[in-house]
Design a binder for this molecule. Structure first.
Ligand code: C2E
Ligand code: MG
Ligand code: MG
Length: 461
């Protein structure tokens, strides 16, 4: 490829030489030299002298296309803790490590045919190579890893390798890089896992992520997101004593999408705030309309993502809705997860005290799944505790029974309102009633349903 290009340059130069005066030709040569330097600067990483990402994508794609009878794989290398190494041992140590990686990659390139290597950026490298057997790829990873461990610094560096095998010679290198990077994200920072292959499960997750990221704004604009409500029940008499708003996405092509498929993604990009507000507003409107028509209502919970801790406006938003739709705050329960208290807990307590003072009921969701449950019980202003479904899934086990019964009696001592999530069968119900716990939310009674169905249930009751 390089030779063909050089030949072309020489021929053009010869033609140009014949058509120019000596002085013009000198100037022409000078500008060519400048251009070549600029190109080299643009395509080569200064420190490691390896191709940068842009040049790599071109060369690697060419290599794949020119050898379409071979199988290719891209290995991406990233460090979990490169910044800490820089802070801990100084920038020189960090730079030295990058040069060491570059040398290790050059060794691979020398030893293997059809191999293109690159320093993508910062602490991220890539190696595209032809291979026959997956074990060969693992071998490459191990050799590079061994070279990295020979680099002596007073800090344990953690390289992570993601591997994507091309499904065809025309597969885009840039997509292969996305896939290999996704594979890395499944192992980054884990001492025991050095490498991960991009697989079918990750591909599906990636497609969901892309779908969510691409479609969520439109979904908000076109009101595709709506709350369903799952009734909360008094197990002694089966009466509905409340409900929980759970968001559902009516996607025009994918159909009904469940929150576990999109809420975690939106918690990362911050858009959960907009989704929550959209759900809250629909619930306030629903409650306000029923109250205005003199129809019976029960308190309804809304979920508050921990992202709101960082958003000062969220308290006012709830208070404004309560005024706008004329719904007493006593009828709205705010469900927060324990993990919401882990970061920025001072700020969180401040928000909660304020909301409590304005009449809202506070409920701790998924109790028992977080980290510092006990400390929180002492400090936070919660009214209700929702015991997580995990506590009741295996009640046949005497240890589970003991944990549950002691948890319930401790919460009763603390004068907390208790509700148990995920009640699915009569044994669970009987056991909970024996323990003096009579509020539940679970499939034994109802699944989450459209708001109008919930309204019909309330009308009948
Ligand atoms: P969560 O708040 O703990 O909600 C309870 C989840 O458990 C719901 O799943 C509900 O359908 C499910 N569930 C209830 N009873 C049973 C049962 O008997 N068996 C089983 N297997 N499951 C049961 P869903 O609706 O899929 O919601 C999942 C999670 O998504 C919620 O957990 C909550 O963390 C989040 N989420 C849902 N809606 C919203 C929302 O509007 N905003 C925010 N920030 N998060 C939401
Ligand atoms: Mg909840
Ligand atoms: Mg829950």
């Amino acid at each position: 490829m390089g030779e063909k290009f050089d030949e072309k340059v020489v021929n053009t130069a010869r033609l140009v030489r014949e058509s120019m005066s000596d002085k013009d030709f000198e100037l022409y040569l000078y500008s060519l030299k400048k251009l070549a330097m600029k190109n080299a600067e643009e395509n080569i990483q200064y420190m490691t002298k390896l191709y940068n990402l842009r040049a790599f994508q071109m060369k690697a794609q060419e290599e794949m296309l020119e050898n379409s009878d071979l199988k290719f794989a891209l290995i991406v290398l990233d460090f979990a803790n490169f910044n800490t190494l820089n802070e801990f041992c100084g920038r020189d140590a960090g730079d030295g490590l990058l040069v060491c990686v570059a040398d290790a990659l050059r060794e691979q390139q020398k030893a293997r045919k059809h191999t293109v290597i690159s320093h993508f950026r910062a602490d991220v490298f890539g190696l595209m190579t032809a291979f026959e057997d997956k074990d060969e790829l693992v071998g490459i990873v191990q050799q590079i890893d061994a070279r990295i461990s020979e680099y002596k610094v007073a800090y344990k560096v953690l390289p992570a390798f993601g591997i994507c095998i091309a499904d065809s010679p025309t597969m885009s290198v840039s997509i292969m890089r996305d896939y290999a990077t996704l594979a890395i994200s499944t192992i980054k920072g884990k001492f025991y896992a050095k490498y991960a292959f991009f697989d079918e499960k990750m591909r599906r997750q990636m497609l969901i992520n892309k779908m969510v990221e691409n479609d969520i704004i439109k979904a908000l604009e076109e009101k595709q997101l709506m709350p369903y409500i799952q009734p909360k029940v008094n197990m002694e008499n089966g009466k509905i004593v409340g409900g929980e708003a759970l968001v559902r996405w009516h996607h025009p092509e994918k159909g009904l999408v469940m929150p576990n498929d999109f809420v975690p993604i939106l918690e990362k990009n911050g858009l959960i705030i907009d989704v929550d507000i959209c759900v809250w507003q629909q619930i306030f409107r629903f409650m306000g309309e029923r109250l205005a028509q003199g129809k019976p209502v029960v308190p309804v919970s809304i979920n508050i993502s921990r992202q709101h801790v960082f958003d000062r406006a969220f308290k006012d938003c709830l208070i404004d809705f309560s005024r706008e739709y004329d719904v007493p705050s006593e009828l709205i329960v705010l469900e927060l997860t324990e993990s919401g208290f882990l970061e920025e807990n001072e700020k969180m307590y401040e928000h909660l005290d304020y909301l409590k003072a304005h009449g809202f009921t506070l409920s701790m969701d998924d109790f028992g799944t977080g980290y510092s449950t006990m400390t929180m019980l002492k400090n936070q202003p919660m009214d209700e505790i929702k015991i997580d479904r995990g506590f009741i899934v295996d009640l046949k086990n005497p240890k589970s029974q003991s944990i549950l019964s002691h948890t319930i009696s401790m919460l009763q001592d603390l004068d907390m309102d208790i509700i148990v999530e995920g009640v699915e069968n009569c044994e669970q119900r009987e056991y909970l009633l024996q323990q003096g716990c009579n509020k539940a939310q679970g499939f034994l009674y109802y699944k989450a349903m459209p708001v109008n169905e919930f309204a019909t249930l309330l009308d009948r009751q």
